[in-house]
Ligand binder design. Structure first.
Ligand SMILES: [Fe+2]
Ligand SMILES: [Fe+2]
Length: 270
């Protein structure tokens, strides 16, 4: 599932950046505009890292993923022709989903990443910590451009479904291709395990989507998991040259910073 989602990022996130870049000249609030530029920098780092990771996946084992990439290229080219409001609503809608995904990944980190390759687990959790960090930005920019009237609300509500379901669909195609390659897609035990994971994902993420679709929704009302705030505090206090690596053999998968409120550490010098 994580590899499938990773496949989408180098198509989705450049789209988010282009949309944000187009919207920002219309934002008069300097603080919101500045947070939009910071958002773009974070998303740029995300998709560049995902692209390198995906290239590794394709080169070493799953060349067939390139077919899905070709479909995503065409899909995002079609989406680029839609109005800025539709694209900004998609952007804010996808960002609303990431908060639920962050909660799911963090609360179930032991089950999902326990014993896993530390580099991959750290990479994915790093990304979603930053998603929580910039959770308000797309929403604020959308509001700066379109306000909170009924038409704006309706478009934003549709954007929650549009952005989330689109990304979930391409992620699913990605992990389906991977499971097929491994001969697991038609194996009952594997499908049951996947169904359990998906059930857990849907149970955790849908309330975030439903709340995001309500009038007057504000992502500020969604509290970060404590683990995320500990990571952000740990990162702020850590020297720049150190790479945070999770100890995936630790029963708690503590945040990977010595100075964080909760944590013994695995760290390496960059
Ligand atoms: Fe991102
Ligand atoms: Fe994001």
């Amino acid at each position: 599932m994580v590899n499938g989602a990773s496949l989408v990022m180098p198509y989705l996130e450049p789209f988010l950046i282009r949309t944000m870049r187009e919207a920002l000249p219309q934002v008069s609030d300097a603080a919101v505009a500045e947070s939009g530029r910071a958002f773009n920098t974070q998303e740029q780092h995300h998709y560049q890292a995902h692209r390198r990771y995906n290239e590794l996946l394709k080169r070493s084992r799953y060349p067939e993923l390139a077919n899905i990439e070709a479909d995503m290229t065409a899909s995002y080219a079609r989406l680029a022709k839609r109005s800025l409001r539709t694209r900004m609503a998609y952007t804010a809608g996808f960002e609303a989903m990431t908060l639920g995904v962050t909660r799911w990944l963090v609360d179930y980190r032991q089950t999902l990443f326990g014993g896993a390759d530390s580099r991959v687990a750290s990479f994915i959790l790093w990304h979603f910590v930053e998603e929580a960090e910039h959770k308000c930005v797309a929403h604020d920019v959308y509001h700066a451009l379109y306000g909170g009237g009924p038409a704006s609300y309706l478009a934003r509500m549709v954007g929650v479904l549009h952005g989330s379901l689109d990304v979930m669909w391409y992620s699913m195609r990605g992990y389906r291709a991977i499971l097929k390659h491994e001969g697991l897609w038609f194996r009952l035990s594997s499908r049951l395990r996947l169904a359990r994971r998906l059930g857990s994902f849907v149970r955790h993420v849908s309330p975030y989507l439903l709340r995001a679709m309500l009038p007057g929704h504000d992502p500020r009302q969604e509290p970060n998991p404590q683990w995320v705030d500990d990571w952000l505090a740990g990162h702020a206090a850590a020297p720049d040259a150190e790479v945070p690596l999770l100890d995936t053999r630790h029963p708690d998968l503590p945040v990977p910073f010595a100075h964080a409120p909760s944590g013994p550490v695995t760290r390496i010098a960059a």
